[in-house]
Design a binder for this molecule. Sequence first.
Ligand code: 13P
Length: 285
Amino acid sequence: MLVNLQEILSLAEKSQYAIGSFNTPNFENIMAVLKNAEHYQIPVILAHAQVHESVMPLETIGPVMVFCAQKAKVPVCVHLDHGEDLDYIERAMEIGFTSAMYDGSKLSYEENVENTLKAVQLARKYNAGIEAEIGVMGNSESGEETNGMQEMEDIYTDPEIAKKFVEATGIDALAASFGTVHGIYTSEPKLDFPRIEKIKQLVKIPLVMHGGSGVSQGDYITAISKGIRKINYYTYMAREGTYAAKKVLDSTRNPLYHDIALAAVRAMEKDIESAIRIFYHCNNE
Ligand code: 13P
């Protein structure tokens, strides 16, 4: 069942858990996510990141994501992740996406507010939701080295600015930067929980953790208890898929592509399952 961002996040708020938002640039990812969602009977988000356009065009995978969401026996939101252009967001909504993140983090505060407002107005026409970001979510693999903790903290979300931003834009969810980064962690992340607590006090909408794969179980649990309601997850599941594919290549004579794809799906399913059991508090099943 296809639902929008507001609907899926209200389910998270009601049950005090975090919705897993999984990037799905391949059909294999979609299968791995939905298998778990239906098994555990939980709502999930299928996300397509604009940065994956070269891997998988929006117009190719988007209709597949929407179709699978409509057919699913659980609530599924179809989300555009890190949309940097309003045109690209509109293309996603035309396909049937029910949510988008507008990423204006490279812009000035004023430009970010202006464009985020336009994204919200656009989304309302399609009954969709908008997530936006204040602060900067780094990328551990981008080579953009920081000069230690102080420089990292300079790009974290400022709670007062976050409050102002949310009031000025009317967004449905806020991506907050508090110590997670996209990609493979090169050292253990140190999350700034007092910051997320302060943001939660000031901002009355659901908060989003980006860079959510590779975080420890304890940190997930604390982050959820402090108000994180959506966790973006991709890199570590994709890496598990690669490891499984390599195992098939190394151990099978003349493997065919479907052998590799199937092994990757199984491995990604398993990886996502571990995350889901924490995000949705289903550890006792
Ligand atoms: P990871 O790279 O940690 O999986 O994060 C994905 C993400 O935040 C997408 O927006």
